[in-house]
Design a protein around this ligand. Structure first.
Ligand code: UN1
Length: 512
């Protein structure tokens, strides 16, 4: 797939070599019109350039959209079950390549191998789910008000879809967008996150090897202003799907509105986990650690606030902190490592900035709080798992998305108080409750203002066939995953067939 390799001079001895990836447009590998490239760096060891990608611009976006538009004319007419079979084959190819793709992903974004294997698995799951949808794509057939008249609604593809993806789930989230889009008969131009293009290219390579024709999926690497903006502005792009920050979502939503694009925004979170007095405490501690420090806290669903009822607060804090101290931080390629680095310098700076803010606003820092930069950590963006306790829910560290391994533990009185604190936030992605009381569990499911609620599990761990997304500043009402994605990537057409041979005026001619 890569067209060239160049020696990476940053690594002593000049090895290994870094692959140079061109853009993938109309089934061809093409250089950017800009003539510029950028490096995909390993955040655990910044001396390693994992690969080199095109620093694309509007001209490249235009070429990709043109290709997608031409491909759409044919692809929309390929029967959906045939389109879906290609996606099914891609799942099988990904299974064979899972380990290689997981290793590529760990090198380009740092999360540990267990998790990058999970990320590839999530793309495989999405492929199987969407392959099945190719034989459904259900629409309603309903009775007409009039005699000898047939009424139904069918799903139709929208056209060219633009996709802007994040670096934290670089293959899974690309698959959430690409797979339903193409099964529904759309064609795509995707801009992968600049920190993780390789994982998106790996996914697209599997789809291409599975038979997806030229022009159906086009990949343009680069940065937001040069690629994301022209993609969102392009008049021939009829739908745009972004996973990113709420700040970027606001910009993309406004641009998309100008040309009446369908627009799906999957944005930030500040996800609460509630632990009540009657909870299985050991389970809650284990779940909280996974939710807060899994993926180095870099999930939009990360457990960033833990609200603990007073009766078990002390014990929870003691056990949680003791375990957080033992988390092994390091290079994710080492199977014994539990938490990898921050993805880049900017994210590391954000983590450290919020740690300072937390200290200044009077939260009690009980473990972590420092960058790790000695010995093996010297060349990476490592930060310690960090726990603040006795946090006031109004503090900035308890209100703003950090996207790092920094968790705020907040004492609360009971379920009602916890739900009030949980909901008093800008975001509404994920929430969780630990309790053994089924009445409390169902009340929380009803009252927590989030798109996802877990009972007796942390705030992470969504499965691909259920709706994924949230309320308030987390999005604009769309859902990825499952049928929600099919809804997003299709346009309804209502079809009426009058076989009465007479003019029947709806709402006027009312048969007895
Ligand atoms: C994200 O939080 O950014 O639910 C995506 C999960 C994963 C996807 C997370 N399946 O934790």
């Amino acid at each position: 797939m890569a067209t060239d390799t160049i020696t990476n001079p940053a690594i002593s001895g000049g090895t290994p070599k870094s692959k140079v990836f061109k853009n993938f447009i109309d089934g061809e590998w093409v250089e950017s019109a800009s003539g510029k490239t950028f490096e995909d760096i390993n955040p655990a060891d910044t001396r390693e350039v994992v690969a080199i990608f095109q620093e694309s611009n509007k001209e490249d976006v235009d070429a990709a959209v043109d290709a997608a538009k031409r491909a759409f004319a044919k692809w929309r007419l390929v029967p959906a079950p045939r389109r879906a079979e290609m996606v099914f084959r891609a799942a099988e190819i990904l299974i064979e390549r899972k380990e290689d793709h997981a290793r590529d992903m760990t090198r380009e974004m740092g999360k540990v191998l267990k998790e990058t294997r999970g990320d590839v698995q999530e793309a495989i799951d999405a492929a199987y789910y969407n392959a099945g949808e190719g034989r459904r794509l259900f629409g309603p057939t309903v009775p007409s008000e009039l005699p000898n008249k047939f009424a139904m609604a069918v799903r139709q593809p929208i056209g060219v879809c633009g996709m802007i993806t994040p670096w934290n789930f670089p293959m899974a989230i690309s698959s959430w967008k690409l797979l339903p889009a193409i099964v529904c008969g759309n064609t795509c131009v995707i801009k992968p996150a600049q920190d993780t293009p390789l994982s998106t290219f790996n996914l697209v390579q599997a789809l291409t090897d599975a038979g997806v024709p030229r022009g159906v999926i086009n990949v343009v690497a680069g940065f937001g202003p040069e690629v994301g903006t022209p993609l969102t502005e392009h008049r021939d792009v009829r739908a745009i799907s972004l996973t990113g920050s709420s700040a970027v979502g606001r910009i993309v939503g406004q641009i998309a509105a100008k040309s009446f694009k369908h627009c799906s925004l999957e944005l930030g979170g500040k996800n609460p986990m509630i632990v009540l007095d009657d909870a299985n405490l050991e389970l809650a501690v284990e779940g909280g650690l996974w939710g807060a420090f899994g993926t180095t806290g870099q999930r939009c669903t990360a457990t960033s606030r833990i609200l603990v009822q007073k009766g078990v607060y002390r014990k929870f804090v003691d056990d949680f902190v003791a375990r957080a101290k033992k988390i092994k931080v390091g290079n994710g390629l080492d199977e014994s490592v539990e938490m990898g680095p921050a993805v880049n310098q900017r994210q590391l700076d954000t983590d450290l900035k919020y740690i300072e803010i937390g200290k200044n606003e009077g939260a009690k820092l009980v473990t972590g709080g420092n960058r790790l930069d000695k010995g093996d950590y010297k060349h990476g963006f490592f930060v310690e798992p960090t726990v603040f306790i006795d946090v006031d829910p109004k503090m900035q560290i308890a209100q703003e998305e950090i996207f790092g391994p920094v968790v705020s533990i907040i004492p609360c009185e009971g379920l009602e108080d916890a739900i009030a604190i949980a909901n008093n936030i800008e975001y509404g992605l994920s929430s969780s409750l630990y309790t053994r009381d089924v009445n409390k569990a169902f009340a929380a499911v009803r009252d927590l203002e989030t798109g996802i609620t877990y009972i007796n599990a942390p705030t992470i761990g969504a499965e691909v066939h259920l709706p994924f997304g949230g309320t308030k500043a987390t999005g604009n009402g769309h859902r990825e995953g499952g049928i929600g994605a099919i809804d997003f990537y299709t346009e309804w057409k209502a079809v009426y067939v009058d076989y009465s041979d007479t003019l029947q005026r709806a709402q006027i001619d009312r048969p007895e």
